[in-house]
Ligand binder design. Structure first.
Ligand SMILES: *Cc1c(COP(=O)(O)O)cnc(C)c1O
Length: 393
């Protein structure tokens, strides 16, 4: 019996993956145990974040890192750190930034809904490049020289949304930005797997990188990682922690926050609205350990077997199934293309509205294709899903 029935909500069959809209990734038992175990003792949150920093540094190769309230919170805190560094007067001012350099240069093609978090800290974007390939009006993507011409006295930093095929490549962008002493903030929230991206992105020299904790890492849905330069991570932590203490008594972790550099004890910063609990931190650190061990990859064969079972059961349905196998790290996927002439949006809606409600991947509905992501599947759900797909396709 699902706990959600207690409040009149029916659980759904989620074959859409770790999407936030449907509650994120399934947490392994060990992660849940860590969450519960952390609830029974009190600890100073700054010390716990300093311990998290050591775990994150080891996992990523970064100098330091903190657990944030999701990757989007990491983007906001990372931007706040770049805007203010260790200037507590500026921290107090955010998100009003007229009196400080506050522009971030970004490739126009990197603009997306998550950059609202960067703007929320007080950043104003200056866009470079065009969508001319999409417009059919050209052949070139954003180029490094365009960033250089956009750098000026109001520039505070650079935002880059990570993709292995990004233009200009991150390493090139970092080189140009660093020549002007500008830090680069990277959104890599959804770039795991491959596991190697946990180290390879920071290795480009990027100053700050964010990852979601509630996607492939399988931590609590509302966790994320912000990692990178120690001074910037210290600034981000300072702007997130609860600061209700006396300067004389305040003893922040020395490896993240240099008290001697601060004129006083700042008040609650812009990140106080993004607080992280000790339970979330303990759970995410446990999930990072599992993720980096490669143990999740052992489930891939099972996932592929369930997708094959679904495809086999649809042999007589008016669909064409294509199994996209795992590359050893990514999840295998099943694409189901409708051949009956039915509209895929209508089928998707019927699947959502029926009992139980089924939510499939909806990236390719315009091409008549439903996508099945096996992350949340087990034997029981697979059997139910087969029944629903057979009825609706
Ligand atoms: C998922 C995602 C985010 C947001 O991550 P949360 O952990 O849900 O806050 C930001 N940027 C990109 C590119 C993402 O895919």
């Amino acid at each position: 019996m699902s706990i959600f029935r207690e409040w009149g909500i029916e659980p759904i069959i989620n074959v859409s993956g770790s999407v936030t809209r449907l509650g994120g990734a399934p947490m392994p038992r060990a992660v849940l145990d860590a969450f519960c175990a952390a609830a029974s003792d009190s600890v100073p949150l700054d010390q716990l974040q300093a311990a998290a920093s050591r775990v994150i540094a080891e996992a990523t190769g970064a100098e330091a890192g903190i657990v944030t309230n999701g990757a989007a919170a990491g983007l906001m805190l990372g931007a706040a750190a770049i805007l203010t560094r260790c200037d507590i007067g500026r921290m107090e001012q955010l998100p009003f930034t007229e009196t400080m350099p506050h522009e971030f240069v970004v490739a126009r093609e990197h603009r997306n809904g998550y950059d609202h978090a960067v703007r929320a800290a007080g950043v104003r974007f200056v866009e470079v490049g065009f969508h001319e390939i999409v417009a059919g009006a050209g052949v070139r993507r954003a180029e490094a020289w365009e960033f250089e011409t956009a750098f000026g006295p109001k520039t505070a930093g650079v935002l880059h949304v990570y993709d292995i095929n990004a233009a200009p490549p991150l390493a090139e962008l970092v080189k140009r930005a660093h020549a002007r002493n500008l830090p680069v903030l990277v959104d890599a929230a959804g770039e795991l797997p491959p596991r190697s991206n946990l180290r390879d992105i920071i290795a480009t020299g990027a100053d700050l990188v964010v990852y979601s904790g509630g996607k492939a890492i399988r931590g609590p849905q509302s966790t994320g990682i912000l990692c990178g330069r120690r001074d910037l991570i210290g600034s981000a932590l300072l702007q997130m922690l609860d600061m209700d203490d006396h300067f004389e008594l305040w003893d922040p972790p020395a490896d993240l926050i240099d008290k001697s550099k601060l004129a006083g004890i700042p008040r609650h910063g812009i990140g106080r609205a993004l607080k992280v609990s000790k339970e979330q931190i303990a759970a995410l650190l446990t999930a990072i350990k599992l993720f980096t061990s490669g143990i999740y990859n052992r489930e891939l064969a099972d996932m592929e077997r369930m997708l094959k079972e679904i495809a086999a059961s649809l042999t007589n349905a008016p669909v064409r199934c294509q199994l996209l196998p795992s590359d050893g790290q990514t999840y295998p996927m099943l694409e189901i293309t409708l051949t009956s002439g039915k509209n895929a949006f209508d089928v998707c809606r019927s699947l959502r509205q029926g009992k139980p409600s089924v939510q499939v991947g909806h990236m390719k509905l315009a091409q008549g294709t439903l996508i099945i992501n096996p992350l949340h599947l087990n034997a029981e759900r697979t059997a139910i899903l087969i029944g629903r797909l057979t009825a609706e396709c």
